[in-house]
Structures are given as structure tokens and as C-alpha cells.
Design a protein around this ligand. Structure first.
Ligand SMILES: *[C@@H]1O[C@H](CO)[C@@H](O)[C@H](O)[C@H]1NC(C)=O
Ligand SMILES: *[C@@H]1O[C@H](CO)[C@@H](O)[C@H](O)[C@H]1NC(C)=O
Ligand SMILES: *[C@@H]1O[C@H](CO)[C@@H](O)[C@H](O)[C@H]1NC(C)=O
Ligand SMILES: *[C@@H]1O[C@H](CO)[C@@H](O)[C@H](O)[C@H]1NC(C)=O
Ligand SMILES: *[C@@H]1O[C@H](CO)[C@@H](O)[C@H](O)[C@H]1NC(C)=O
Length: 485
């Protein structure tokens, strides 16, 4: 180690020299720590930074294989194909304890590794990362690279790839990639990536339903999606038709089809459409027996007001629970330009409810958006202190309240749940960035647009300096059951 301190030349060059000369060994980490300490002690010293040059040297080291002391023979399973990479045991050991083990156990200067074809295809990229610490990734390479990073315990790369995947769910790819990433996340037990994929698919289902990717969804993923109430789709009918398409493409077993059919919320499909499906949908005709009771319940629901139905039947099952439907009878888009400027109001109409009995009755809703609104608690604090009311520029939080323009006896016992979807642009596409649920005021949600930073023109919640919202009103009948008692 003395060598490193006695010479006056730039330290970084020596580290490279050291890597080339030695085979894998431990003193380098000791030396590294000592060097760092010395740098910290020298206050007032000037940093000469040649890190980039170091990285370039490392890159040419792996590209030329100069001074290599181990050659990696990467064999592809089930084929004769072999890829040979001249490497340096010290660098591999530094980055991966799995390589350390393998190198200790090796006989000769060759290390034989067996990988799948996809992993072999990106193995050079992976090794280059071990030398340079940066890597370029394409959507279709993320899983293979993640597999390699996991197998060889390169934690930084593993974490970086997981982050890359959660941030690139909405990227354009010809065959779609989210379903593949979801399946991989399930396989490796990465719950957070799994949730991100599920949420992306749920919130952006309409476009997934129209893509080739929909046909590639596995039965388990299909059922998990169909059971969610937070799906954002045009209508329940759209979901039914997509299920029909999926069954046609995948030809699953009878029980799988039946479980999927049972997850459709028939109460949310208008009776006219249900009549048509009963007569014209081959899928419904083939499995009619398995959903007969559900259809019967749906027609009962359509024939009277939910209040009357609730006197005799449970109305809290999922068949009567709306999802987030984008069609105009359920709500409306609302684009707010320059949202920080001032309060905005907006009116829209919905049907009173999905039941055939209510569908022709309209309700007018008034929505009010305030960019800087103070919670009551904050105002009373001001009052207690005898201070002035906060001025408009003092901060405050965005809020939306949605109230009916008029009251009606039809509302008795029904609770109208509001959902505001906030769109954003990701990789050039408009996607749902956030979904907030509340009854009257987004204040109930607690975190409405809390991270949005609407003051900044480049806020990721703004599209061309406008806030793109979609408001949905969902009648929920659970409360009728409580009222009955
Ligand atoms: C040296 O430069 C690189 C980029 O050129 C930079 O990322 C790094 O932080 C710098 N290091 C120091 C100690 O200034
Ligand atoms: C690699 O080694 C050869 C011979 O030892 C030398 O001529 C060449 O310059 C080296 N290449 C690099 C990039 O260091
Ligand atoms: C090491 O060499 C012995 C004999 O040459 C061989 O049987 C054994 O499989 C080798 N081990 C590895 C890990 O290559
Ligand atoms: C519906 O409500 C009844 C009575 O309140 C309860 O026993 C039942 O578990 C509920 N069902 C669902 C699906 O929530
Ligand atoms: C879903 O994403 C597609 C493109 O991926 C986009 O065109 C569409 O607007 C998104 N849908 C929603 C509801 O955000």
C-alpha cells in the first residue's frame, strides 16, 4: 500500500494500475478507505477530478480484455452458443459476492456460466456495467438484465432496474411490456413492482383492452383485474366485450371462464344491452347457467329504485358497485388552464344511478376548484393568534368540492362517491397520474395534489400548463342497508 502514498502522481491513475496488476485481493478496499480519509482531511485543497477518464479506461479495459486474468464462457441453455468475455477477477469480485465465490472455487482461468438466451444476449452489457457503473437499457432488456443483477447480487443495478420499470410502464412498445413485467414481478416476489404494474393496468385499462397485450394476460392477472373496483374503463360493457375477446384468444378452462364471468358487474350494464348479450353473445349463451342468478339479480335491480330493492335484498355486493367509468353518463372531463390563477367552477350532469329505473333521471353537479384553500384548522389557528387572515400568496392547498345543484328525494339513503382522476403526460402519453376518492370535498382525501407543485410550469401534473381532470360520480348503495335496520 505504501506505493500509493509515496508517489506524488494523481491517485486515480494508480487505482487503475493496481486493478490491472493484481488479481482479486482484498487490500484494495482498505486502500480505498484510507484514500478517502486522506481526501477528507485535506481541507482547503483543490479537487482535480478525472473520474470520467477513469471510467473511460475501465471501459477500454473490458473492451480490449487487456490484462485479463479470467475468461467468462457464457453458455446458452439448450444451444451450442458460447460467448467468451475476457474479464478481471478483481473487478468482478468488487461488484458481486457471487462472482467472488465462483472465482475462489475455480480451477483454471476460465469460468463457465450458463444463462438463458435472453440473458446471454445482454451479458456484455451487464459486464460493462460492472466496470463502468452505467448502462443503457431498452424496455425489452429490463427483465434479462434484472435477472442477471439478481443472480450475481449486483444490488445497485437490481434497484435501478426496478425503478426504471416502474417509471416506464407507459412507454410505447410494439407488443406491450407491462404484462410481462407484472408476471416477472410475481415470479420474483417484488410486491411493489407488482402493485405498480397492476395499478397502471387498472388505471389505463381502456387502452390496454384495445392493444395486442390484452390477449397475453394470464388468467390470474385477468381475475385480479376483474375484481378491482378502481378500474378505469369506458363502461362495464367494454369490459365484458374485452373478456369475450380474451376468452376467444386464450381458450381457458370452463371454471376459469365462469369465475371471470362472475366478476362482471351486470348491474352496471343497462338492461337493453343485457337483453342483447343474452341473445347474441356466444360466450354468455355457452355459460348462461353459471351466471343466471347474477343476471336475475341485475334485472331485479334495473326494475325498481335501489331504495325499494334494498328493503328486501342486500345491495352491497360488487354487482351493484360501480367502477370508474369514463362514459358521459357517469361524469365529465374538466380541463383547468393555469390552475393557480384563481378559483374555478364547473357544472356537469350524470344519470341518477345505473339502474334502469334511474338511468333517465339527471342530476346536475357543481364542482369548485380552489388552488390555494386553507383547511378550517389552519384558519382557526390564525384567528386564535389574532393574526390577519392569510393572504392568497401564503400557501394553502388545492381543493375540489362537488355538490348537487339541487336536492332531491331520490337521493335518500344513497351515498354519492366522487372520484377525481388527474391525468399527466408520461413519455409523451396522457396517462392517469393519480386518483382521489371523496364524498364532498377532496379535503377528505388528505393528500389532494399535495405533491403537484402547480406553481411550476413544468409540474408533472400539468399538460401544457393545464390541469387535466376527469370527475366521476358513483352512487353507492351500501348505506341503504344500514338505513334499513
Ligand atoms: C467528478 O466529476 C464527475 C463528472 O464528471 C462527477 O459526477 C463527480 O461528482 C465529480 N467528483 C468530485 C469529487 O467532484
Ligand atoms: C492493450 O495491450 C496492448 C499490448 O499489451 C497494447 O498495445 C494496447 O495499447 C493496450 N490497449 C489499451 C487500450 O490499453
Ligand atoms: C476442477 O478440475 C477438476 C479436475 O480437473 C474437475 O473434475 C472439476 O470439475 C473442476 N471444477 C470446476 C469447478 O471446474
Ligand atoms: C353485506 O351486508 C351484510 C349485512 O350488513 C353483511 O352480512 C355481508 O357480509 C355484506 N356483504 C358484502 C359482500 O359486503
Ligand atoms: C392510457 O394510455 C394511453 C397510451 O398508453 C393513452 O393514450 C390513454 O389516454 C391513457 N388512458 C387513460 C385513461 O389515461
Amino acid at each position: 500500500m505504501a506505493l500509493l502514498y509515496e508517489r506524488g502522481d494523481p491517485v486515480l491513475v494508480y487505482v487503475v494500475g493496481f486493478l490491472i496488476l493484481s488479481s482479486y485481493s482484498y487490500p484494495i478496499s482498505v486502500g480505498g478507505a484510507a484514500l478517502k480519509q486522506e481526501a477528507a482531511l485535506e481541507t482547503g485543497a483543490m479537487v482535480l477530478n478525472h473520474s470520467m477518464a477513469l471510467v473511460q479506461r475501465m471501459e477500454s479495459l473490458v473492451a480490449t480484455g487487456n490484462g485479463s486474468d479470467v475468461s467468462l464462457r457464457v453458455q446458452t441453455v439448450d444451444t451450442e452458443e458460447v460467448k467468451v468475455i475476457q474479464a478481471h477477477a478483481l473487478v468482478l469480485t468488487l461488484q458481486s459476492d457471487v462472482f467472488e465465490e465462483l472465482l475462489l472455487g475455480r480451477n483454471a482461468s476460465t469460468l463457465v456460466l450458463t444463462e438463458t438466451a435472453e440473458c446471454t444476449a445482454v451479458f456484455d452489457k451487464f459486464v460493462r456495467y460492472l466496470y463502468c457503473g452505467d448502462i443503457s437499457v431498452r424496455l425489452d432488456q429490463a427483465i434479462s438484465l434484472h435477472k442477471l443483477a439478481s443472480k450475481y447480487h449486483v444490488v445497485s443495478l437490481q434497484q435501478g432496474l426496478t425503478r426504471y420499470m416502474s417509471q416506464h410502464l407507459s412507454s410505447e412498445s410494439p407488443a406491450g411490456h407491462v404484462v410481462g413485467w407484472y408476471q416477472y414481478a410475481v415470479q420474483i416476489g417484488d410486491v411493489s413492482l407488482q402493485d405498480s404494474c397492476l395499478q397502471y393496468l387498472s388505471w389505463n385499462l381502456s387502452s390496454v383492452l384495445q392493444s395486442a397485450e390484452w390477449g397475453t394476460i394470464g388468467a390470474d392477472l385477468l381475475l385480479s383485474l376483474l375484481r378491482r373496483s378502481d378500474l378505469i374503463v369506458q363502461s362495464e360493457l367494454e369490459l365484458y366485450e374485452a373478456l369475450e375477446l380474451w376468452v376467444g384468444q386464450n381458450r381457458p378452462s370452463g371454471p376459469t371462464v365462469e369465475r371471470a364471468l362472475e366478476a362482471i358487474r351486470y348491474g352496471m350494464i343497462p338492461p337493453q344491452q343485457l337483453f342483447r348479450l343474452q341473445r347474441q353473445s356466444p360466450l354468455m349463451q355457452r355459460h348462461y347457467e353459471s351466471i343466471r342468478d347474477l343476471l336475475y339479480l341485475a334485472f331485479q335491480f334495473h326494475s325498481a329504485s335501489p331504495v325499494q330493492l334494498a328493503k328486501y335484498f342486500e345491495v352491497n355486493c360488487s354487482i351493484f358497485t360501480p367502477r370508474n367509468y369514463l362514459s358521459p353518463s357517469w361524469g365529465s372531463p374538466w380541463v383547468i388552464s393555469s390552475p393557480t390563477r384563481d378559483d374555478r367552477s364547473f357544472s356537469f350532469q350524470t344519470q341518477l344511478g345505473p339502474s334502469g329505473h334511474d338511468a333517465s333521471k339527471r342530476v346536475t353537479w357543481n364542482a369548485l376548484f380552489s388552488p390555494r384553500w386553507f383547511p378550517l384548522s389552519a384558519r382557526s389557528t390564525y384567528a386564535e393568534l389574532g393574526a390577519m387572515q392569510p393572504s392568497r400568496t401564503d400557501g394553502g392547498r388545492p381543493r375540489i368540492i362537488v355538490t348537487p345543484a339541487t336536492s332531491s328525494p331520490d337521493f335518500a339513503g344513497v351515498s354519492f362517491q366522487k372520484t377525481v382522476m388527474v391525468m399527466a403526460r408520461q413519455q409523451g402519453k396522457v396517462v392517469v397520474r393519480h386518483v382521489y376518492n371523496f364524498h364532498q370535498s377532496t379535503e377528505e382525501a388528505g393528500d389532494f395534489l399535495v405533491d403537484a407543485d402547480l406553481q411550476r410550469r413544468v409540474s408533472e401534473y400539468l399538460i401544457d400548463s393545464s390541469l387535466y381532470l376527469h370527475v366521476v360520480v358513483k352512487p353507492v348503495y351500501h348505506t341503504l342497508i344500514v338505513a334499513k335496520k
